[in-house]
Design a protein. Structure first.
Length: 502
């Protein structure tokens, strides 16, 4: 049973008084004719014309002064001032002042006019309650000064509380609403770009009998009727590439992936991913398409290919910088990975350069190289950069570079010191693919989350013949962070994963 605090009890008493007066505190219907923005725009288009309007929104401020009351209500478009006067409302004005609170949703009908201070305002002739606010919002008081400046008191700025109560965060922080409007525009822009390039949007299973397509530990559930374990997908890759076998040549999907891993400023257990697969293309063509796509999205969302992110100004206009992985590692560590063909040789070299490095969990040469990238090279990649040519043993689905059995045609895109996207020239040789799966089963520990399970059905699909193709994956949440200048993934997820509230 809910335990109400003192302020809530006062509001509950008001709720009882309203009902005693025959007022329905939560009516079934509203009759709004204009949003705040529409009403103001219509009035300003011809101020000699009478504009009647019925507006609706949440009360954000109230200033009662005897026979006059000023209030502001806020809707999805913004705020508008209400002017309530005893001449038109009689006893209803005192009723409003006594029983209505900040946070209540109301509907107000009247005529638009401009006050002596210049603010476009609704002169209220009638009003009704749409929803009583029992719990005061955490930032529940806006004060308008004489010069029109709005001062917000007790703003909701605690990151934990904002993430846990996103509904309150959205209600009191207009900039948060704007973040998620930008995110929606970002996703639409991705779709527009790919649709215009002839890609087909598809949907693949979220519940899968076998997970794959990425290096991650899955979430496991159980299907009672089939009496078998199922996995929440960690990637769309293997299903999307099956479609290439079926002669759908350019496909993409934007949706949720789920990875049973740690939480950080750039990780959440469920996140939005974009993946596309492009028949008869390779990683170089995908590289060019990627920089075009991200630049297009940046311009659609922010108005420019130049984006401010913290202390940096990022330029997404193509072409992006390109760094071959071997050279990048050599530049920042002095280690030439091509001189160390085995994990044992590479460990010795790393220990000479970095004696404090913890390498116990890095069992393969590829993992050691990935360690060098993440620890030393990645933080230096601020401007949009493609890092290309990756170790074969951490890229089980990518095609090898001709005449180099240890390296594959793979790139990752980096921005602001962290990974944004990942792409390959996809492996389409079913025999080579099966051998890769077998090697991972031999070289990786049984509980290694980067171990990729052997997928017999995927191999069967490949044996029917898969065209050469380029594949791509990008974390949409990370791109949203960059384009909205947010430095935690929580800030761009409406409802991020959190520990259970005590």
């Amino acid at each position: 049973m809910t335990e109400f605090n003192a302020l809530e009890k006062i509001r509950l008493q008001k709720l009882e008084e309203l009902r005693a007066e025959g007022v329905e505190a939560y009516p079934t219907r509203a009759t709004r004719t204009h949003t705040s923005k529409q009403a103001i725009a219509e009035f300003e288009s011809d101020e000699t014309k009478e504009v009647k309007a019925t507006l609706a929104g949440r009360i954000r401020s109230m200033r009662a002064g005897g026979k006059l009351t000023f209030a502001h209500i806020e809707d999805g478009d913004g705020k508008v001032q209400l002017f309530l006067r005893v001449n038109e409302l009689n006893d209803k004005l005192a009723f409003f002042n006594k029983l209505f609170d900040l946070g209540d949703f109301i509907e107000a009908t009247g005529v638009m006019f401009r006050t002596k201070s210049g603010e476009v305002t609704l002169h209220v002739h009638d009003f009704k309650l749409l929803a009583k606010s029992v719990t005061p919002l955490p930032a529940d008081k806006d004060v308008t000064l004489d010069d029109g400046t709005v001062v917000r008191h007790a703003s909701l700025d605690n990151p934990e509380l904002r993430a846990r109560q996103r509904y309150a965060d959205l209600a009191v922080n207009p900039d948060v609403r704007e973040t998620f409007r930008k995110r929606a525009k970002l996703v639409k822009s991705l779709r527009d770009f790919l649709d215009d390039k002839g890609f087909l949007e598809v949907e693949t299973p979220i519940l899968q009998p076998l997970y794959g397509g990425a290096a991650a530990r899955p979430f496991v559930t159980h299907h009672n009727e089939l009496d078998q374990d199922m996995y929440l997908r960690i990637s769309f890759e293997l299903y999307l590439k099956r479609l290439l076998v079926g002669n759908l040549e350019k496909v993409y999907e934007i949706g949720r992936d789920f990875r049973n891993e740690g939480v950080s400023f750039k990780h959440n257990p469920e996140f939005t991913q974009l993946e596309f697969y492009w028949a008869y293309a390779d990683y170089l063509q995908v590289m060019e398409l990627t920089e075009q796509m991200v630049a297009y999205v940046a311009e659609q969302v922010t108005g420019s290919t130049k984006v401010k992110f913290g202390e940096h100004e990022l330029e997404f206009k193509p072409p992006w910088k390109r760094i071959e992985m071997r050279q990048g590692i050599l530049d920042v560590t002095g280690i030439d990975i091509n001189e160390h063909k085995t994990a044992e040789e590479l460990i010795k070299s790393i220990k000479q350069k970095q004696p404090q490095a913890n390498l116990e969990a890095k069992s393969t040469r590829g993992k050691l190289i990935d360690f060098l990238v993440s620890e030393f090279l990645e933080p230096t990649l601020i401007q949009p950069t493609f890092l290309y040519n990756y170790p074969r043993d951490i890229s089980p689905l990518a095609k090898s570079i001709p005449n180099d059995s240890l390296t594959v045609e793979r790139f990752e895109g980096y921005v602001a010191g962290f990974e944004l996207c990942n792409a390959f020239t996809e492996l389409n040789d079913p025999l080579d693919q099966e051998q890769r799966f077998i090697e991972m089963g031999r070289d990786y520990e049984a509980d290694d989350e980067e171990k990729h399970p052997l997928d017999e059905d995927y191999l069967r699909a490949m044996r029917y013949g898969m065209p050469p193709n380029g594949g791509f994956g990008m974390g949409v949440d990370r791109l949203a962070m960059i384009l909205t200048d947010k430095h935690s993934i929580r800030e761009v997820l409406l409802f991020p994963a959190l520990r259970k509230e005590e």
